[in-house]
Design a protein around this ligand. Structure first.
Ligand code: C5P
Length: 237
């Protein structure tokens, strides 16, 4: 029996038409969708309503980071839009995370609330330069632990961090992993990639996959092949 879709297709498109064309080739049973800053800034809430109306679960990836009241209200607005998952920056601090949680707890529709820890575009030198001493892994673990204390549902993390976080946070905490490449596809500009099977085996719950699906001549076929790889190891786990 097929489990819930683990793949979240990243809709990195500049226009609603391009995103909608790709989505028309997909199936809500096979994947979820991620709408990020570019598409949302161009198209607004209507694009979310369109895809949820077509039966897709949508991850609204706007990485909120602001004063607690502003973030709480933005989370409330996202819940009212019917998104399945949304994210905030853990470095916004305890009060911001707690208020985001409380705001969602009051909603009739409650999306998963996920934290971003250290962006994978930053290395130790970048992090130290903005005043955070120590290593990236220490900071990732510190912020993940803060997110968990504030009752967030999980974190976005690189495939490289999945094993360490799964071990430290237990099985209920959701791990969302970008930088995924099927064995036969190119890395594009991703530097630390992992295959779908490697990421799931390490403990990832959801895989964010963009170009290997969005640039394929038959996106649904690529998805089906990723899903059958995942299903074969789910049976073994
Ligand atoms: O096309 P590709 O599979 O590389 O797309 C990955 C998606 O995940 C993009 O939307 C990218 O911005 C996002 N992402 C990432 N690495 C992170 C966080 C988000 O690649 N650490």
């Amino acid at each position: 029996m097929r489990s819930e879709p683990r793949v979240i297709v990243s809709l990195d498109f500049p226009t609603a038409d391009e995103a909608s064309l790709l989505v028309s080739m997909l199936d809500p049973v096979a994947c979820r969708l991620k709408v990020g800053k570019e598409l949302f800034t161009r198209c607004g809430p209507s694009i979310i309503e369109k895809f949820t109306g077509q039966g897709f679960d949508v991850f609204l990836d706007l990485k909120f980071h602001d004063i607690p009241n502003t973030v709480a209200r933005a989370c409330q607005a996202a819940a009212k839009l019917g998104v399945w998952m949304l994210d905030v920056h853990a470095c916004g601090g305890r009060q911001m995370l707690e208020m985001a949680r409380e705001a969602l707890d009051k909603q009739s529709h409650q999306p998963l609330l996920i934290a971003v820890t250290v962006l994978t575009s930053m290395d130790e030198a970048d992090m130290n330069e903005v005043g955070v001493p120590g290593t990236v892994s220490d900071q990732v673990l510190r912020l993940t632990s803060l997110a968990r204390q504030c009752a967030l549902d999980g974190v976005v993390c690189s495939a490289r961090e999945v094993g360490m976080i799964r071990h430290a946070m237990g099985s209920e905490f959701k791990l969302v992993t970008p930088g995924i490449r099927p064995v036969d596809s190119t890395a594009d500009d991703q530097r630390r990639i992992s295959t779908p099977v490697q990421a799931i085996e390490a403990g990832s719950d959801y895989l964010v996959i963009g170009r290997p699906v969005t640039q394929a001549s038959d996106p649904l076929k690529v998805l089906e092949s990723i899903n059958s790889e995942i299903e074969s190891i789910e049976e073994a786990i």
